[in-house]
Design a protein around this ligand. Structure first.
Ligand SMILES: [Zn+2]
Length: 383
């Protein structure tokens, strides 16, 4: 095949099927699957080098795409892991960046465009392949997104503070409420949310969509009042493939050697939830383990900081799992950390530096401790 490139082909299509094979055989997202991707990636690199050696790389559009993803040992379903693929292109006129919208069948229009051939008009029931908007700097044809594929902003509660609104379901006041449904809005209207990088949204959330944090983006929350006691509630996608620990949220640096920093962090570490607390000259952890096998996929985690009793309570899937008593000095230092960050550490470096991503849904911060009654309301809301 590398010999074929020496002959300077006008058009070359190469299918590398082994990644899919490794997924079927070993499971998608497994170590073997990723090893195969690395191997195939090397082959793609050699093809690119061959184009360079043939002296035609400057006049070549190099496109790389997968036809589908996978889950467990198969694919063909509706989950994002199966449907969503990467799409990479380099060559003359390619602008870089990420297109707002593109589907796999757009490859055909991209090829026609690159070869300087006519692209048939868009027809929803006929030829519907289009050049993704903004992909080439010399193509300004508007992209038509089919009605059926427009992702609406799904609002779970109309009138947050109305008598029937989500904000009035609980006896505790809500100080932050993010449903992560294709938007980073705080439904309570009490906090400001600033996006750093890019937070991505996917359709397979708990109720509505879900947001992806880490490597590509995180958010900083302003104006969050922790008060004396408070509770976090959130859904996390417990990915068994998650390597090492991910910093879910907090205002303290989780890096080793910086234990002197004040504030707190919530970390997901393999099969455990860890709350890190620092008071400026000392630190401590409250660790609660859970079995991901029992909760394949989404896990609800609620952590209460009870100032009156100096307790940290971790609730997993609406069951109180663990209570730790910690020194008052840690409680006093809780709000003394840095900017409150969700999706990475306070420096925005812990997850992104490790190329970690994770998905989170419905982040809610309650004032005070969740009573049994509130916990039941929450459970009922999600059942
Ligand atoms: Zn397959």
């Amino acid at each position: 095949m590398l010999d074929c490139i020496k002959n300077k082909p006008v058009f070359l299509f190469v299918q590398l099927d082994e990644v899919d094979g490794a997924g079927h055989h070993n499971g998608y997202g497994t170590h073997e699957y990723f090893s195969k991707i690395t191997e195939i990636d090397g082959m793609v690199g050699r093809m690119y080098d061959a184009y360079q050696a043939a002296g035609i790389i400057d006049d070549t559009l190099f496109v790389c795409i997968a036809d589908h993803g996978g889950i467990n040992h198969s694919h063909g379903g509706w989950s994002d892991t199966e449907k969503r693929v990467f799409f990479a292109a380099s060559g003359r006129g390619v602008t870089g960046g990420e297109p707002e919208f593109a589907v796999t069948k757009d490859i055909s229009a991209v090829v026609l465009y690159a070869l300087g051939l006519d692209i048939p008009d868009y027809n929803e029931n006929g030829y519907s392949s289009q050049v993704p908007e903004g992909m080439f700097d010399d193509c300004d044809k508007p992209y038509i997104i089919p009605e059926a594929m427009l992702r609406p902003v799904f609002r779970q509660t109309e009138g947050f503070d109305s008598p029937e609104g989500f904000g009035k379901l609980f006896s505790s006041r809500i100080n932050l409420c993010m449903f992560m449904d294709n938007t980073l809005t705080d439904e309570s209207g009490r906090c400001t949310v600033t996006e750093n990088g890019r937070v991505k949204f996917y359709s397979n959330g708990v109720r509505g969509e879900t947001a992806e944090f880490g490597k590509t983006g995180n958010i900083v929350i302003g104006g969050l009042d922790f008060g004396r006691s408070f509770t976090f509630s959130l859904w996390l996608f417990a990915d068994p493939g998650l390597d090492g620990s991910a910093c879910i949220l907090g205002n303290k640096s989780p890096e080793r050697g910086q234990h002197q920093s004040e504030g707190f962090n919530l970390l997901l570490r393999n099969h455990s939830v860890m709350v890190q607390l620092g008071c400026g000259n000392d630190d401590t952890d409250s660790v609660t383990s859970f079995e991901t096998d029992g909760y394949s996929g989404w896990v609800n985690i609620a952590v209460s900081f009870d100032y009156d009793n100096l307790e940290i309570t971790t609730v997993i899937n609406f069951d109180r799992k663990h209570i730790d008593t910690v020194d008052k000095k840690y409680f006093d230092a809780l709000s003394s950390g840095g900017v409150f960050t969700v999706g990475d550490d306070v420096n925005g470096q812990f997850n992104s530096g490790r190329n970690l991503i994770f998905r989170m849904d419905d982040l809610i911060v309650f004032e005070g401790i969740l009573s049994d009654k509130d916990l039941n309301i929450l459970k009922k809301y999600y059942s």
